[in-house]
Design a protein around this ligand. Structure first.
Ligand SMILES: C[S@@+](CC[C@H](N)C(=O)[O-])C[C@H]1O[C@@H](n2cnc3c(N)ncnc32)[C@H](O)[C@@H]1O
Length: 280
């Protein structure tokens, strides 16, 4: 039987019940007052879309509802066990196991109108999205679009809704988790997503558009839930194995943030950068 996964142990998050729900919650929060497909991408008959790193597959499945039936959406991930099984999928959606850091099968070269990628920051090596972008670019037809979405940690602020303000546990938690228990540079201090427009230019993409959307204020507690769930997953999966009580420390910070769920929140931009492969 074909496997649904590869590289399982290298994945820093988990793939259990909480993870499935977190990814789907995050998806709906991401799209609040936003869009599935960037409005500059023309929706047409026969549209072919590739999704990179599908998670539960929720983006591909929802997008399949807003494109013509003749459109085709192919999702790629190192592990598709969080997606619905093939028998439940619409006819025009597929999910396949592929390590997107490596070249795609030759027959896919130049076959897609759109490459969509969202929340992939943890898997970008050496803070350099360039090699990945070049890999994705090969999938695109001339004139095709790349749409990359990430949280913009540079814009992160902790918002207090209580007087007096409670002690900020969110920043230390994100720093601790982001630096894998202070063993690595923190991805929350990594600002390459803000530089994506420049990176797009350097690799020859055109028609670059940048979209920044903070969360609606009333939804901030739900975003905090999603963020804390991810921190907890990482505490078990990546910090406990390091020993020294690192996992426990992270979980005690998660607990404090939860105790202050009515008082302290984090806000940041949902950043999307769109670019187009030149026609020639
Ligand atoms: C944080 S989740 C985001 C899922 C989805 N993009 C979303 O926005 O809901 C990242 C996904 O990328 C996948 N992933 C990680 N490294 C990958 C790689 N080298 N190739 C393909 N997928 C990868 C993970 O398995 C996971 O499903």
């Amino acid at each position: 039987m074909a496997s649904n996964s590869s590289n399982q142990d290298e994945y820093i998050l988990s793939r259990g019940l909480q993870d499935n729900m977190r990814l789907n919650l995050q998806h709906y929060l991401w799209n609040d007052k936003g869009y599935l497909l960037h409005p500059s991408i023309p929706i047409k008959e026969g549209l072919r879309i590739a999704e990179i790193g599908v998670g539960t597959g929720i983006w591909s499945l929802e997008t399949a509802r807003i494109v013509p039936k003749s459109a085709q959406i192919d999702g790629f991930d190192i592990d598709i066990s969080q997606c619905p099984p093939r028998d439940l999928l619409p006819k025009n959606v597929t999910f396949s196991v592929h390590n997107c850091l490596t070249p795609f099968p030759h027959e896919l070269t130049g076959t897609y109108d759109v490459v969509h990628i969202r929340l992939f920051i943890l898997f970008v090596q050496e803070n350099d999205p360039g090699p990945l972008l070049r890999n994705f670019l090969r999938l695109l037809k001339p004139g095709g679009y790349i749409s990359w979405s990430e949280y913009e940690y540079k814009s992160l602020e902790v918002i207090s809704t209580s007087i007096p303000e409670v002690e900020d546990s969110i920043t230390p938690l994100l720093h601790f988790i982001g630096s894998i228990g202070e063993t690595k540079p923190s991805w929350t201090a990594t600002h390459w997503p803000s530089d994506l427009p420049q990176t797009y230019k350097e690799i020859g993409l055109t028609n670059i558009e940048v979209d920044r959307r903070p969360f609606s204020r009333e939804l901030l507690p739900f975003y905090l839930d999603a963020c804390l769930a991810a921190c907890e997953e990482i505490s078990y999966k990546a910090l406990d194995p390091l020993g020294g009580g690192k996992g426990e420390r992270a979980r005690s910070l998660v607990k404090k943030c939860l105790e202050n769920r009515q008082k302290s929140h984090l806000q940041l931009n949902r950043l999307t950068v769109l670019g187009r492969k030149p026609e020639k």
